[in-house]
Structure formats: structure tokens, C-alpha cells
Ligand binder design. Structure first.
Ligand code: TXA
Ligand code: MG
Length: 322
């Protein structure tokens, strides 16, 4: 796998966070770890810095970015929180939850980061490196996942370097991401909160906190957020879902030990644990794909809890490519 650009720098090296913050203040791009996936960060208040994100990812400019902030207070300077949004933020931040809210009059996040919308996606990540970086930079950081648009999301610094190395000034390395799938996105606009993207915070936890069922069908293939194209997270190989067994020249992405073990099989969680499966999902897809199989066969995975996000990502990986 080709890797250009700077070698990742350990996030706990003395001076690493300060150096990264300075680069961000100068309008450069820095890849950094969060608890979900690695992000490609830029100063969210700078049109030029944000434009560099879209260019590096090959991302359509109509697809808005998430602004990462260090606290609910900082989030409320950027966006207007309904009572439901406030309850969820207090309960789940820092954490793998992104809230789409109306922008506040005091907001500093630039129009490019919002793709021209008057709403804004905000998140407080639960990762000490990400939080230190945001504080040191002293501004919200726009950060999509640090992969090329449409490809598998990065859960290690090496993945971020493979996809985007040449475009970033610095990659902060804090090891593999604990959650492994991107944040759950909820729109808190008019009416009840709507689920835009299932992710690292399970629907059940949100519904329990809200005391009601979430609006918004999360059927795989639904496009509710502008960035959620049906085909996404695409490895090079074709992907075959709900496979009961392997066919010739297929690699296997197993769950709970359904396939016969073999060199071409990786089990997301032999003991059937969905959090473990989410943490392994993108790494295992990359590893299986690297062997150049005819297809990747995926065992059935339950749809409850984090299984909703896992199935969503796999359905997009299997969708017809544009
Ligand atoms: O876990 C995550 O969310 C990671 C880490 C780095 O924080 N970030 C991430 O960003 O997944 P990205 O850009 O890959 O996905 C952000 C999604 C896109 O589908 C985008 O369309 C949606 O958020 N989004 C952003 N702003 C929005 C808005 N104002 N309204 C609706 N959807 C929005
Ligand atoms: Mg992404």
C-alpha cells in the first residue's frame, strides 16, 4: 500500500498537540484520532482551510462537514439547542453523537463547512487527543473521516496516511479507534429528533434518553443527510451480504463463527459482541480487500444496538457503485 506524506506522529509526544494546533491555525490540514474514526481536521472558521478538506477528499462541496468542539458551552456558541437537543448533549457528550441544529447568530463556523446551509452538525468527541487539539487550536475543527470520498473509513493513523497522506501536514497517532464506526447523527430541527445516520451510539440508548421512538427510517439506502450516498465505504472487491457460507475465491467477513475458519476469513467477533464487531469492521474490510478476492462474503449480523450502524455501512459497501 503506498503511503506518502508525513509519518504519523504519536499524539502523546511532547509538543505534538501544540504543533498540530499551530498548523491548523495556519489553515493546514491535520489528521487526528477520535473515538469513532480518524478525522481530517481543518479550522472550521476558515473558508480556505475548509476548501482544502473538500479538495483532499474529493468530496462534493454540497456535502457539509461536522464541526468538532470541546464542550457543550462551545457548541451553544455555534448552534441553537432545542430542549431535546440539550438533553441529548448533556447525556451523551463527549461521545459518538452528532447533533444537527440551526446555526446560532454568534456562530463562527464558515459557510463552506456548512455547505451553505443554515443548519450545522456539531459533536464533542470522547477522545483526549481530539479534545486537547480543539482546545489548543482555540476554534471549532471541521473534520470528515480521513479517507478519500466513498472509501472505507480510517480507524488507524496508517489508514489515514494511505488515503490522504500527501494532503495532510501532520497525522496524530493514538492507536486504533475504540468505537470503529462514525458517530450517530440526529437532526434536532423542527419537530421530533430524526435519525440521519446510525452510528456509534445505539438508537436504543437515544430512544431511552428521549422517552420516545426516533423519527426517520434508518433503512439501509435511505438518504437523509446529503452525504449519505447509497454507495459508500466501498472496498475494491464486491461485497455479498447475509452469506451462509463461502464460495470459491471469496474472502469471508464472519460474525459469531458461522464460516469454516481459514486464511481468507476474519471474524468480527467470534463471541458475537456487536461493539467488538464495530471496532473491527473497517480494519477487517481493508485487510480482506488487500488480498484481492473476487468478493467479500459477509455473515448475517443482528440489527440491534451497534448492529444497525454495522449493517448500514455494509449495505453501502455492497451497493452498486456509481
Ligand atoms: O464519527 C464521525 O462522525 C466522524 C469523526 C471524524 O467525527 N466524522 C464523520 O464525518 O463521519 P463525515 O463528513 O464523514 O460525515 C458527516 C455526515 C455527512 O453525511 C454529512 O452529510 C452530514 O454529516 N451532515 C453534516 N452537516 C449536516 C447538516 N447540516 N445537515 C444534515 N447532514 C449533515
Ligand atoms: Mg465519511
Amino acid at each position: 500500500m503506498s503511503a506518502e506524506g508525513p509519518a504519523p506522529r504519536r499524539a502523546d509526544d511532547p509538543g505534538a498537540i501544540a504543533a498540530a494546533a499551530r498548523l491548523l491555525q495556519e489553515g493546514r490540514l491535520v489528521a487526528f484520532p477520535t473515538e469513532t474514526v480518524y478525522g481530517l481536521g481543518a479550522d472550521a472558521t476558515s473558508e480556505a482551510a475548509v476548501a482544502a478538506i473538500y479538495a483532499a477528499k474529493g468530496r462534493p462541496s454540497h456535502n457539509p462537514l461536522i464541526a468538532h468542539v470541546a464542550s457543550l458551552d462551545d457548541a451553544q456558541a455555534e448552534g441553537l439547542f432545542s430542549p431535546a437537543a440539550l438533553r441529548l448533549a448533556e447525556r451523551f457528550w463527549p461521545g459518538p453523537l452528532t447533533l444537527v441544529v440551526p446555526m446560532a447568530p454568534t456562530g463562527r463556523v464558515c459557510g463552506g463547512a456548512r455547505a451553505g446551509r443554515d443548519t450545522l452538525a456539531l459533536r464533542v468527541p470522547a477522545h483526549p487527543c481530539a479534545l486537547s487539539l480543539i482546545r489548543a487550536a482555540g476554534r471549532p475543527l471541521a473534520a470528515p473521516s480521513a479517507n478519500r470520498s466513498g472509501r472505507v473509513s480510517p480507524v488507524t493513523a496508517a489508514h489515514a496516511r494511505e488515503d490522504l497522506g500527501a494532503a495532510v501536514s501532520l497525522i496524530l497517532d493514538a492507536g486504533p479507534c475504540a468505537v470503529g464506526v462514525e458517530s450517530t447523527i440526529l437532526a434536532c430541527l423542527d419537530g421530533p429528533p430524526r435519525l440521519l445516520r446510525p452510528g456509534g451510539l445505539a438508537r436504543e440508548a437515544l430512544e431511552q434518553a428521549l422517552g420516545e421512538r426516533l423519527a426517520g427510517a434508518a433503512k439501509p439506502g435511505d438518504i437523509l443527510a446529503p452525504g449519505l450516498l447509497a454507495s459508500h465505504y466501498a472496498p475494491r472487491a464486491a461485497v455479498r451480504l447475509d452469506a451462509q457460507s463461502l464460495e470459491a475465491r471469496e474472502a469471508g467477513l464472519d460474525f459469531g463463527g458461522r464460516f469454516a475458519p481459514g486464511a481468507r476469513v476474519l471474524d468480527l467477533s467470534p463471541r458475537g459482541d456487536l461493539a467488538e464487531a464495530a471496532a473491527n469492521l473497517f480494519s477487517f474490510l481493508r485487510r480482506l480487500d488487500a488480498a484481492g478476492p473476487a468478493a467479500i462474503a459477509v455473515a448475517p449480523i443482528p440489527r440491534k444496538g451497534l448492529g444497525e450502524a454495522i449493517n448500514d455501512r455494509l449495505a453501502r459497501a455492497a451497493a452498486p457503485r456509481e
